[in-house]
Design a protein around this ligand. Structure first.
Ligand SMILES: [Zn+2]
Ligand SMILES: [Zn+2]
Length: 255
């Protein structure tokens, strides 16, 4: 599996500060933040599936423009997988004809450019050999992490999150996954804001991962622009069991 990091920043502000969007091979997208705008039309029309972690704008802004861009250029709908709660928010507040047209009914309800798929939690979905499983995380209502695996390789993408002990039990059941893309938005100076907005800061993330037995490489994403170096310094601990590496827009990971 090839994972292209199209965007992984915690905000915009400069060419490399693109928000959350990860492309698996060339047909599966995880979140659709502003990083999606780096793909050309040829690449956009190849996307068959989008898995959303939650409905916050920095993760879905590109979806609105994606369905508009590929409408009329694809023979089958883009399938958007998310939890019931996330789909309800997007249908009610974004694709409601007021903020943006309902692309679930364009060009027709029988053959739309976008089809919603309510994703059951803790249930494997296999698409051309890649298995994807959603697990709940503590952020907005219905937020999910994705565990992605193929044969003996895999990764987990948490989306935005704060402390979720059950997630680490889910991860432990898939020992082939040793890399986790995880939110650490704020530095320790903003620990209070991090907790209130349900994101990690280095102190809360380090406390969270103490409970994980197997060594994991954490690929840190959603760093607030301007705080990247400080957050990464605060995560470095002597004798740490886990490794913390900053993820950058433009990175390519292979599993
Ligand atoms: Zn969020
Ligand atoms: Zn976010």
């Amino acid at each position: 599996m090839k994972l292209s990091i199209l965007g992984c920043a915690g905000g915009i502000g400069g060419r490399e500060k693109l928000t959350t969007c990860l492309l698996l091979d060339d047909d599966i997208l995880f979140d659709a933040g502003t990083g999606l705008a780096t793909l050309d039309m040829q690449a956009l029309v190849k996307i068959d599936h989008l898995f959303l972690t939650h409905a916050h704008l920095d993760h879905v802004a590109g979806l609105a423009l994606l369905v508009d861009a590929v409408q009329g250029k694809r023979s089958h709908p883009l399938i958007v997988h998310a939890t019931q709660e996330v789909i309800a928010v997007l249908r009610q507040h974004l694709f409601n004809w007021h903020l943006w047209p309902d692309f679930g009914a364009i060009p027709s309800e029988q053959a739309p450019v976008l089809r919603w798929d309510v994703l059951p939690l803790h249930t494997d979905l296999t698409i051309k050999g890649r298995t994807i499983c959603a697990a709940p995380v503590n952020h907005t209502s219905g937020s999910a992490a994705y565990l992605v695996s193929q044969a003996q390789a895999g990764f987990m993408f948490t989306g935005d999150m704060y402390s979720t002990p059950a997630l680490w039990k889910t991860l432990a059941a898939r020992p082939q996954i040793r890399q986790v893309i995880i939110d650490c938005s704020f530095s320790n100076a903003e620990a209070d804001l991090a907790q209130r907005s349900l994101h990690f800061c280095p102190d809360s993330l380090l406390r969270e991962v103490e409970q994980i037995g197997q060594p994991i490489e954490f690929l840190i994403y959603h760093l607030k622009p301007g705080q990247e170096d400080l957050i990464m310094q605060e995560l470095q601990q002597p004798q740490a069991r886990h490794q913390f590496t900053a993820l950058h827009s433009g990175d390519t990971l292979r599993f």
